[in-house]
Design a protein around this ligand. Structure first.
Ligand SMILES: Cc1cc2nc3c(=O)[nH]c(=O)nc-3n(C[C@H](O)[C@H](O)[C@H](O)COP(=O)(O)O)c2cc1C
Length: 303
């Protein structure tokens, strides 16, 4: 068996495949899945206080993908600490909390409340959130705002801090470098693309929120390119995300320079997706006679 372990931004993972935020809930449905293949999980995005999310319809299927506008529904930090973290503390893989805020201060506060809570292994900062203080511009669109959020979290915790980048930028390398300089341990690339779909019977958008985040295989080549651009821009590890359905898809991200991957939408279609991706990577390494995942050639021409 090839060695599948990877070190990513402050943690050693037993494999390269994690569950992506928002597609795995709080992990409580896990017994139905094959947890041996799961290197880690990122929980659904959380704010300081409970949030109801957007009105239905919140999901719409698209060619090779889906649009979602859940509106970051969640129970807030206190309930997460009371109901979920104690369960996570008993699991044999790390759980990262996807943290959100309307201001840099709120992000920092969420991290501070969760710091040291048994079961919380680290943070994934979701910078695809509107910055209320700056008129609703996404934190992730502006290198200064993205760095400010990263710094606010970094200051309040000693746990690993990963920053999840939005694809809705003109140069992902600029944002990647800004959050690396602000203290991120790793980057996750990418979150969903903003999209829209129209119901021709109703003459209006299919989603009540009008727009939604596009995920699934439809975004994969865009995501591979953006993850590669991010990996070229920084020295810290990059975790690739976007449209991974099979092992070959994950291997594209790994060869493009990523240290690990997250699987999201695929789990909705196939609850065994993560296990199949993990096993398929292992089979590829064996067929190519690589003794460990770190031996996989990476395509990262830096000049
Ligand atoms: C229903 C749904 C909910 C999501 N919720 C979150 C979230 O709370 N926080 C976050 O950072 N990303 C969230 N995402 C984005 C995914 O984690 C992932 O970045 C994206 O879907 C692309 O990967 P995929 O094509 O494998 O799904 C969500 C995606 C979906 C489909």
């Amino acid at each position: 068996m090839s060695d599948m372990a990877v070190a990513v931004g402050g943690v050693k993972l037993r494999g390269p495949v994690l569950a992506a935020s928002g597609t795995f809930g709080y992990g409580t449905e896990l017994p139905v899945l094959e947890r041996r293949a799961l290197a880690g999980m990122v929980s659904k995005g959380i704010f300081l206080r409970p949030r109801e999310g957007t009105a239905p319809p919140r999901i719409s299927e698209t060619p090779s993908g889906m649009l979602n506008a859940i509106g970051l529904q969640g129970p807030g930090v206190d309930v997460l600490i009371r109901d979920y973290a104690p369960k996570w503390a008993e699991w044999d893989f790390p759980v990262f909390v996807n943290i959100n805020g309307e201001s840099a201060l709120e992000y920092g506060e969420v991290a501070a409340r969760l710091d040291g809570v048994p079961g919380v292994a680290g943070f994934e900062i979701n910078i695809s959130c509107p910055n209320v203080e700056q008129g609703g511009l996404y934190f992730g669109n502006d290198p200064r705002a993205a760095a400010a959020v990263t710094e606010a979290v970094r200051k309040r915790t000693s746990l690993p801090v990963w920053v999840k980048l939005t694809p809705m930028v003109s140069d992902i390398g600029v944002i990647a470098r800004a959050v690396e300089a602000a203290g991120a341990d790793a980057l996750c690339a990418i979150n969903t693309f903003v999209g829209m779909s129209i119901d021709l019977n109703a003459y209006q958008p299919r989603l009540s929120f009008r727009t939604g985040g596009l995920s699934g295989p439809a975004i994969r080549p865009l995501a591979v390119h953006l993850a590669h651009q991010a990996a070229l821009a920084v020295r810290i590890p990059v975790i690739g995300i976007g449209g991974i359905m099979r092992a070959e898809d994950a291997l594209e991200f790994l060869v493009a320079g990523c240290a690990a991957v997250q699987v999201g939408t695929a789990t909705f279609v196939n609850p065994r997706a993560i296990a199949e991706v993990h096993d398929g990577i292992a089979a590829f390494l064996e067929a190519k006679r690589f003794t460990s995942l770190t031996d996989l050639p990476r395509y990262l021409p830096r000049d």
